[in-house]
Design a protein around this ligand. Sequence first.
Ligand code: UDP
Length: 341
Amino acid sequence: MLGLEQPRSVLVTGGAGYIGAHVCRALDASGYLPVAYDNLSHGHAWAVRWGPLEIGDLMDGARLEAVMRLYRPQAVIHLAGLIAAGDSVVDPTRYYHNNLAATLTLLDTMRTCGIHHLVFSSSAGVYGEPDQIPIPEHHPHRPVNPYGATKAMVERILVDFSTAYGFKSVALRYFNAVGAAPNGDIGEAHPNETHLVPLVLDVAAGLRPFAEIFGGDFPTTDGTCIRDYVHVCDLADAHILALSHLDRDVRTRAFNLGSETGASVRQVIDMAIKVTGRPIAIRMRPRRPGDPAMLVADASLAKEVLGWCPGFATLEQQIATAWDWHERYRTIDVRRAALSP
Ligand code: UDP
């Protein structure tokens, strides 16, 4: 019917999570209907605001199939999975089940339903301890923790599915996602936070007594780990570009997504002190297992091929949007309750 065209739907696994919710927001802004598929083990129903929420587990092929048949998505953006590199060393079986086995269920269900386009949330964790900085996509995969290993394995599976079954996929290798939607729509709210920036902002907000620095003896200028922090809205935009790429290119490809600048843990804390205007106490701790010293992206391929153009390139902008969100969100009683012993 004229004027009543349905928006094209995209299934977003992990759509109630931090990056997933920002991806749903970007999909909506680009005229797609984002259908969030999430078991709410880490995500939040309140974060699903731009399309329907279908509660389900990735391991549940029957439920997945029912949702795919209901919405007939043109593509799947697959973000669901466990994300803490340090935890993955301690409890690898959870990572292999949730990130690897579950992804195979997803891919098989996509085949059953005739859906062949996938954008996969991969990670800089595939590289391990890199031979060169910045890291190009062709750098060998030598993950140093099970989390990175699962991402590298799924990327390999996608290549095989492309060859054998005509799948088309784009793997987006995120470096360190930070920040929040600048209008305060949505932001980071992991139930058991392990990531540096939100933890440091908790200290600035008086919700935790001190920030921990995992390792002061790395071969970096100040001895702390260097990471490439990239704004979550810039990551979200790359997914929209990846969908268009799938429409026009036949190859299965991987792209780094980073701001191409490294910041040490100490530099992040110093910037958080500057942005918040609050003191942040620190405690030195031993190295966290499975942490490479330095990860910085060469993101030129994403810029050239996808036309990716990050808008929040500086750490100051990234932490400022995270702090705005943090200030709004921490006033919610739920968060205070969740953090109290
Ligand atoms: N980190 C830290 N203290 C924390 C959390 C993280 O020193 O409380 C360090 C961590 O060792 C890594 C960097 O901060 O070098 C970023 O860690 P995060 O967990 O945020 O992301 P990851 O790099 O593991 O994906």
